[in-house]
Design a binder for this molecule. Structure first.
Ligand code: PLP
Length: 389
C-alpha cells in the first residue's frame, strides 16, 4: 500500500466513536443517555438560522474570499474588542470551517521532524494527533487535579528547549472544565519574553463559557506575545453551532497570509450562508447565550453534587465549558473500562480520560450539555453501576 507513513501517526477523537456506538445501541432499542459528545443540546438561536436562510434567498451561493467575507471579519474584530478589550486588524482574522481548522493549520505551520510542540494533557485529543502527524515531538503539559486542572507557569517554562516551536494552551479547558488562573498566564507570558522564537496557540473556544463570575483571560491581553500568538475561537460552542462548521483564527501579521494559503489549498472558503449567520450571531441578540449559560450552570451544580456523592468518586468543581472530569481511580476500573462498561451495561455514554492523553488515566469526562432530567437518570444509573462493582 502506497499511503504515506504520516497517516499511521494520525489519531482520532474517541467522542465520535462513542457517539457512533451509542447511536447503534439506541437504534437496537437501548435507552441511551448521552453525556459523551461535547456539544450544546440547544438548537442554534432562531435569529441566526433566519440570517442563513435570508443569505440563501438573497443569492449568496458562490465562493467567498478564502479568509472570510470582509463584514464577518470586521464583526469578529468588534467581538474581540468587546470581550477581550483589544483592537485588532480584521485582515489578520481567518474564518475557517470550525475551531479545529485553526488548530490544524497552526500545528502544520510549526510541526516537522525535530520540532517540539507542547500541549495540555489531558487535553483536546486533536492536539497530540496533529502534532504526531506532522512528525514533531509532542511534549505534554500535565494538568493536575490538585491544581484545579491548571498548571504552574514555571514548570511549563522549564520544559522549553531549543527545539520548542509552539505551546498550545486551552482555557477554559476540554475535558477538565478547568481554568488557568490569570496569574499563571501572566507569569507564562512574562517568562516567554526569554524565548522570543516560541509561538503560542491559545485555544479559547470556551471563552464565553465561564461560571461564578470568573470571566475569561485571553492571551491577547499580554502585548509582548501579540506578534507570535494565534487565537482560536469560533461559533460552535457559544452559539450552539457545532454542525455549521464555523471558526475563526486571529493570526500574527506574518502568518495570516500562510493561513490564507492553507484555506485556498484545503477548503477554498467557508459555506457562504453560514458566514452571514456568523455575522448575526456576533452582532445580534446575545440573550440566548445567557440563557444557555444559565442552564449549563444549573446542570454543572447538579452533576458536581451527584458525582461527589457517588461511591468511590470525587470531582473538582468545573469552572468553565460544559464538562465534569471526576476521578474514578478508587473504583478499581480503568478509564476505558468505565467508558465501555457504563455504555454497554447501563446505556450511559461518557468518555475515558485516556482519550485525552495518558494523564487522563483514572478519570472520565461527563459532558453536562444535557437536560437536568437526563443528568439525573444518568447519575442514577452510574450509582447503580458503582454499587454493583
Ligand atoms: N478546541 C476545543 C478545546 C474543543 O473542545 C473543540 C470541540 O470540541 C474544538 C476546539 C473544535 O471545535 P469545532 O467543532 O468548532 O471544530
Amino acid at each position: 500500500m502506497g499511503i504515506s507513513a504520516k497517516m499511521s501517526r494520525l489519531g482520532t477523537e474517541t467522542a465520535f466513536d462513542v457517539l457512533a456506538r451509542a447511536n447503534a445501541l439506541a437504534a437496537g432499542g437501548m435507552d441511551v443517555v448521552n453525556l459523551g459528545i461535547g456539544q450544546p443540546d440547544f438548537p442554534t438561536p432562531s435569529n441566526i438560522v433566519e440570517a442563513a436562510i435570508k443569505a440563501l434567498k438573497d443569492g449568496h451561493h458562490g465562493y467567498t474570499a478564502a479568509n472570510g467575507i470582509p463584514e464577518l471579519r470586521i464583526a469578529v474584530a468588534e467581538d474581540i474588542a468587546k470581550y477581550r478589550g483589544v483592537t485588532v486588524n480584521p485582515d489578520h482574522i481567518i474564518v475557517v470551517p470550525g475551531g479545529k481548522v485553526t488548530m490544524a493549520f497552526a500545528i502544520e505551520m510549526f510541526g516537522e521532524a525535530g520540532a517540539e510542540i507542547m500541549y495540555p494533557n489531558p487535553g483536546f485529543p486533536i492536539y497530540e494527533s496533529m502534532i504526531r502527524f506532522t512528525g514533531a515531538t509532542p511534549v505534554p503539559i500535565p494538568l493536575i487535579e490538585e491544581n484545579g486542572f491548571s498548571f504552574d507557569a514555571d514548570s511549563v517554562l522549564a520544559q522549553i528547549t531549543g527545539r520548542t516551536r509552539l505551546i498550545i494552551l486551552n482555557t477554559p479547558a476540554n475535558p477538565t472544565g478547568g481554568i488557568v488562573p490569570p496569574v499563571e498566564l501572566e507569569k507564562l507570558a512574562e517568562g516567554l519574553k526569554k524565548h522570543p522564537d516560541v509561538y503560542v496557540l491559545s485555544d479559547e473556544i470556551y471563552s464565553r463559557m465561564t461560571y461564578d463570575g470568573e470571566g475569561h483571560t485571553s492571551m491577547l491581553q499580554f502585548p509582548a506575545l501579540r506578534d507570535r500568538l494565534v487565537i482560536l475561537d469560533g461559533w460552535s460552542k457559544t452559539y450552539a453551532m457545532t454542525g455549521w462548521r464555523m471558526g475563526w483564527g486571529l493570526w500574527p501579521a506574518d502568518l495570516a497570509p500562510h493561513a490564507q494559503r492553507l484555506c485556498v489549498n484545503f477548503h477554498s472558503c467557508v459555506n457562504a450562508s453560514a458566514q452571514y449567520a456568523g455575522i448575526e450571531a456576533l452582532r445580534g441578540d446575545q440573550s440566548p447565550v445567557d440563557m444557555m449559560m444559565e442552564a449549563f450552570d444549573a446542570r454543572r451544580l447538579l452533576i458536581h453534587a451527584r458525582l461527589n456523592a457517588a461511591p468511590g468518586v470525587r470531582c473538582v468543581m468545573p469552572k468553565g465549558a460544559f464538562y465534569a472530569f471526576p476521578n474514578i481511580s478508587s473504583t478499581g476500573l480503568s478509564a476505558k473500562e468505565m467508558q465501555d462498561r457504563l455504555l454497554s451495561e447501563k446505556g450511559v455514554a461518557v468518555i475515558a480520560g485516556t482519550s485525552f492523553g495518558a494523564h487522563g488515566e483514572g478519570y472520565v469526562r461527563f459532558s453536562y450539555a444535557n437536560s437536568l432530567e437526563n443528568i439525573e437518570r444518568a447519575m442514577d444509573r452510574f450509582d447503580d453501576f458503582l454499587k454493583g462493582l
